[in-house]
Each structure stands twice: as structure tokens, then as C-alpha cells.
Design a protein around this ligand. Structure first.
Ligand SMILES: *Cc1c(COP(=O)(O)O)cnc(C)c1O
Length: 375
């Protein structure tokens, strides 16, 4: 059996063909495929506007440039990839780490307590962790009551829905972001997108993606104006052609991920392996996270990782608490009261989850994991 990683892209001959076709076309970048991809993402996500960019991190950076000013306070989660809170630091704003709930998402009740204590808090950066959508009722309440800006990091969650409200639809947020890194649901190799329902935000994002430049019909043919300090965060037509082709298969990818999740759920019933949450139809399962109480068994988490790797299985851990990273500790973070996150970090790891994982491979993962854990 080949090595089984925790996540893996799915590339077909159709994907390859559209990439080659784009390479032979007149536009490698800033051509028609970019807008076509943006329109397709917007349609899929039930949202008005989409801006595609070079990766998920630059999507977060542009969103932060629009939402935040220097010194602004932002509530965010320790349970994410570094980029979520790094993007707050990029613009000189200040992340405040809030504990998570048992499902791995930021605790929105604790966010409300913070908002009650400090009315100067500007925004909440929440992550739909593992593909589990954020509680839209709570977001709506916080947004309306405290006039706080909300950014949804949906890097894990394209195709997820909370009571029919799609991830990235920005029904109760100012912006959402996606990532199209190869481990995510669909890939453009590197790539990302920002979605919004605000025309004003959309136009600002377009400008910031391209050096802060504006060109209007009333200008002379050679003229352009730089109005903000922007960046080159463009995505190429080659990447967008791949993204469009991948998007055609997204529904089937998610259906397969859900099938894999249900099989894991039932295999672990009555064992020491506890799914982070069980199937309820909402999550799009970027990750399948499980919890094991290592204090009750004779195998350490480190031994488990090493032994499974020897047996050809690449489990992963999502995530090391961001506030406990050395860079953040140097800024004075790391001692926040986050008991749920701390316990979660002791117990969590992620199992292989990707559409091309075969039934036999999954059975092998389940059998081997339980064997190693039972020592
Ligand atoms: C992957 C990821 C990002 C960053 O996306 P890139 O495309 O790798 O820059 C941001 N947030 C979360 C939650 C992610 O998983």
C-alpha cells in the first residue's frame, strides 16, 4: 500500500487539459478565467462578490486591510493555522485569543463576554474549523448587538452549510475567505478568495489586489491612479482554469468526504477514539479530527505519530495553539485562560480524509490506529 497522507489533492486528465489549454491561450494572467472563477465561486457560495487572490493568506491580509486600523482589537481563535491571526498583526492590529468550544470552533459566548467588557473591540475573526460551520444565529446576534465586524475564515469550509446558510455566503459577516491549497477541498496549487456582499468592500479589494491602482473611463488612455498602498496579490488564469475544473467536482468531493466521515464515526463507536463531532450533515469535513485521552493508555501521542508513520499512515495535528508559538510569546501572548483549547491540544489529531481515500485504505487506517492505541 502507498503512503496514506492526511490530505491530498485530486487531479484528473480534465484538470490537466484545461491548464494546458489556458497555457496556449492569449492570457496567462489578468484574463477571462479569473473573473469566470470568481463568478463561479460566488454563485456556489450564495454571495454577491468574490475576489480571487494568490493564496488564502493574502486573502486574509487584504480583508484585514479593509476591516482594521492600526491598534484595533480583534477576537480570534487559537485553534487555526497561523495565517488567521498573523493577518491581524500584518496591519498592526491586536489579536485577542478566546477559548474554543468542544467542537473546535471559537466560543462565541466568551466572545460576547469580551464585547460586553470592552466596547472598543473592532472585529471577530472566526474559523469554521475542520469544515464545521460557524453558528450563524450567534454571529448575527453579536454583529447586530455590538456592531462588531466579522470575518469568517472558511479555508476549511467551502461547501459546508449551517441550516442552509452556506459557508462564504457572508449572511452574517462582512467577509469570508477561502484557500485553494492542495490539502483543501479544491485546489489551484496556491490560491485563495475573499467573498462579500458589499460593493464598497469588493471594489476596495480589487484595488488592493493590484497595487492600489484605479483606472476609470474618464482618464487619459495611459493614465492610472494609485490611491492606496496595495500589493500584487493576483492569481493567474492558469490557476483559475484549474480551479474552475475542480469546482465542477466539488459536490462529489464533499459527498465522498461525508461518506468517509460516517465510516469513521461508526468504526470508533465504543472505542477509546472519540470523533470531535459526529456526522450531522453540516460539516464539509476538510479534516476528520479525533480525540484520545492519552493519560488513560500506555501509548503517548508522539509514539502514536511515529508508529503510524512507520506503518505508512500520515496523521497530523490541527492545531498547535497559535498564542503559544514563540513569536506570539515574545509579544506577550501564551498565558490566556483557554482550558478547553489546552485539553483539546493534548488529545487531538487528524486522520486521513480526502476524496480518493479508498475503502481498503480507510479500513487499514482504522484497524492500524486501534491496534497501535491498544498497544
Ligand atoms: C490553509 C489555511 C489558511 C491559509 O491559506 P493558504 O492558501 O495556505 O495561504 C488560512 N486559514 C486556515 C484556517 C487555513 O487552513
Amino acid at each position: 500500500m502507498n503512503f496514506i497522507p492526511y490530505g491530498k489533492q485530486n487531479i484528473t486528465q480534465d484538470d490537466i487539459d484545461v491548464v494546458v489549454k489556458t497555457l496556449k491561450s492569449d492570457y496567462l494572467t489578468t484574463g477571462p478565467k479569473v473573473k469566470e472563477f470568481e463568478d463561479a465561486i460566488a454563485k456556489f457560495s450564495d454571495v454577491k462578490y468574490c475576489v480571487a487572490v494568490s493564496n488564502g493568506t493574502t486573502a486574509l491580509h487584504l480583508a484585514s486591510l479593509v476591516l482594521l486600523n492600526k491598534g484595533d482589537k480583534v477576537l480570534t481563535t487559537p485553534n487555526s493555522f497561523l495565517a488567521t491571526s498573523n493577518s491581524i498583526l500584518y496591519v498592526g492590529a491586536k489579536p485577542i485569543f478566546v477559548d474554543i468550544t468542544k467542537d473546535g470552533n471559537i466560543d462565541l459566548d466568551l466572545c460576547e463576554e469580551e464585547l460586553k467588557k470592552d466596547s472598543t473591540i473592532k472585529a471577530i475573526y472566526a474559523v469554521a474549523f475542520s469544515g464545521n460551520p460557524l453558528n450563524q444565529g450567534r454571529l448575527k446576534h453579536l454583529r447586530e448587538t455590538y456592531k462588531v465586524a466579522i470575518l469568517e475564515d472558511c479555508a476549511h469550509a467551502i461547501g459546508a452549510a449551517y441550516n442552509g446558510i452556506k459557508a462564504g455566503s457572508c449572511a452574517n459577516s462582512d467577509m469570508s475567505i477561502f484557500s485553494f491549497h492542495p490539502v483543501k477541498h479544491i485546489t489551484t496549487a496556491e490560491g485563495g478568495a475573499i467573498t462579500t456582499n458589499s460593493k464598497e468592500i469588493y471594489e476596495k479589494l480589487l484595488m488592493l489586489r493590484a497595487h492600489g491602482m484605479v483606472k476609470t473611463p474618464d482618464m487619459k488612455p495611459w493614465e492610472y491612479e494609485m490611491r492606496e498602498l496595495g500589493y500584487n496579490y493576483r492569481i493567474t488564469d492558469i490557476q483559475c482554469a484549474l480551479g474552475l475544473s475542480q469546482l465542477n467536482r466539488l459536490e462529489s468531493f464533499i459527498a465522498r468526504r461525508k461518506e468517509i466521515a460516517k465510516t469513521y464515526d461508526s468504526a470508533f463507536k465504543g472505542t477509546i477514539v472519540q470523533p470531535l463531532y459526529t456526522f450531522d450533515g453540516n460539516s464539509s469535513y476538510h479534516l476528520y479530527v479525533v480525540l484520545v485521552d492519552f493519560t488513560k493508555i500506555n501509548v503517548s501521542k508522539e509514539e502514536l505519530f511515529i508508529k503510524l508513520r512507520e506503518k505508512g499512515i500520515g496523521i497530523q495535528l490541527h492545531y498547535i495553539p497559535i498564542n503559544k508559538q514563540p513569536y506570539y510569546k515574545n509579544l506577550g501572548y501564551g498565558n490566556e485562560h483557554t482550558p478547553v483549547m489546552d485539553k483539546y491540544y493534548e488529545e487531538c489529531f487528524s486522520l486521513p480524509m480526502y476524496p480518493s481515500l479508498s475503502d481498503e485504505e480507510q479500513d487499514y487506517v482504522i484497524k492500524t490506529l486501534l491496534e497501535v492505541l491498544n498497544g
